[in-house]
Design a protein around this ligand. Structure first.
Ligand code: GAL
Length: 416
């Protein structure tokens, strides 16, 4: 019992990420096609669109910012002079002048995943370099390590955590260990966030896999230490990948918010006029963001699921294709500081975007079953996507409309 209590409070004590971090990262949309202009334009747009003021504070440069060799004399990492001609300190200062913070990426192994120089053998020097560049966020990957190193990943992440602390600059430490070696068991003490999953992609099935891996880990999250099911794919689209639908994006954002996951945007923000309004409606929804940032600082949990006929060999659902025979719904709940709750009623449906086996569902939130509170309690219910108060409810709440497959209904319940 004592051990359980102490793991919860023994967090990396850098004072950062008391609530899940919010920001933007270059990887999901731009991969290696990054440069200073993209970063600056992103910062400008985030200010113009009000994203900064909603809490999206960090702009993180992912892999491929480095020159392919360290400086032969100083052994420091060097930004690619073509992509980042003014260097990282200038870029940090640019972010700061706009009220934002710059983040950067490195790797605990010999090379980054895209084969640029890794930090192995240079943890202290790299931490020092990042601090001198006034970096505020480090995403630390783990490609190009040996099997032994991979098994002992905690040693390497601890070493980098200490190196960051030694610089005296509070740098948010984001451990990108893909859920390997059960990071939730050791990373809360040394990192602010740790990846619980493999890489997300803008495909519904992949988002669902990340959800499943992350949703069972709520007990490990808390102020300063968060499970990270990877960055957001809302609005990410590429010629060969159409991306998530509006409904899927809404569910993705709602679920990440209720799981108190870091909200790190991945979509192209460089041209404000080219961002679809439905994307802005999702990522700028204040109420949904407040659920993620609620000061009680807990990760919400799945409290109910109904799975009928989803097994592909189930003839009624998949072969005979009777939609009535297929159901896959999930209910998530997060307690809030005001003694209320947030809830997501999620009609998960099948895996493919065009999966016609599943039907719109009627879903009900039940106070005693799902919130574990007295059913006579009265709450003011607000529809967070519809942005309207629906009235006072007692005992149960059922939305008026059916919930479409891959879509969700998200509400807050405020005690009266
Ligand atoms: C992966 C990581 C991605 C991205 C990529 C860069 O390991 O999970 O989020 O950072 O490396 O190469």
């Amino acid at each position: 019992m004592i051990a359980i209590i102490t793991t919860r409070v023994q967090c990396l004590d850098n004072g950062l990420a008391r609530l899940p971090p919010m920001g933007f990262n270059t990887w999901n949309q731009f991969n290696c096609f990054i440069n200073e202009t993209i970063v600056k334009k992103t910062v400008d747009s985030m200010v113009e669109l009000g994203l900064r003021d909603l809490g999206y504070k960090y702009v993180v440069i992912d892999d491929c910012w480095q020159k392919d060799q360290r400086d032969p004399v100083t052994k420091r990492l060097v930004p690619d002079p073509i992509r980042f001609p003014n260097g990282m300190l200038a870029l940090s200062r640019y972010c700061q002048s706009k009220g934002m913070s710059l983040g950067i990426y490195s790797d605990g192994g010999n090379m980054t995943c895209k084969r640029y120089p890794g930090s192995m053998g240079y943890y202290e020097l790299d931490a020092q370099t990042f601090a001198e560049w006034e970096i505020d966020f480090l995403k630390f990957d783990f490609c190009y390590t040996t099997v032994w190193e991979e098994i002992h990943a905690s040693i390497y992440y601890t070493r980098m955590s200490k190196a960051l602390n030694m610089t005296g600059r509070p740098i948010l430490f984001s451990a990108c260990i893909w859920g390997h070696q059960q990071p939730w068991l050791w990373a809360p003490k040394i990192a602010n966030t740790w990846r619980t999953t493999e890489d997300i992609t803008p495909f519904y099935g992949r988002v669902m896999e990340n959800l499943d891996n992350n949703k069972v880990l709520a007990e490990y999250a808390g102020p300063g230490a968060w499970n990270d099911p990877d960055m957001l794919e809302v609005g990410v689209s590429k010629p060969d990948q159409p991306g998530l639908t509006v409904q899927e994006s809404r569910s993705h954002f709602a679920l990440w918010s209720i799981m108190a996951a870091p909200l790190i945007l991945g979509n192209d923000l460089t041209e404000v006029s080219k961002i679809p309004s439905w994307v802005l409606d999702i990522i700028r929804n204040k109420d949904v963001i407040s659920v993620n940032q609620d000061p009680l600082a807990v990760q919400g949990v799945m409290v109910a699921e109904t799975v009928i006929g989803v097994n592909r060999s189930s003839s009624l659902c998949y072969s005979v294709r009777i939609p009535e025979a297929c159901t896959r719904t999930e209910i998530y709940v997060k307690p809030l500081k005001n003694q209320g709750f947030a809830a997501v009623l999620f009609n998960r449906g099948g895996l493919n975007q065009d999966d016609f086996h599943f039907k719109p569902e009627k879903m009900t939130l039940d106070w005693s079953k799902h919130l574990k509170v007295d059913p006579t309690k009265v709450y003011m219910v607000k529809d967070l996507w519809g942005q309207k108060e629906l009235g006072k409810y007692q005992g149960t709440f059922t939305p008026d409309t059916l919930i479409q497959p891959h879509d969700c209904f998200m509400i807050s319940l405020t005690p009266l």
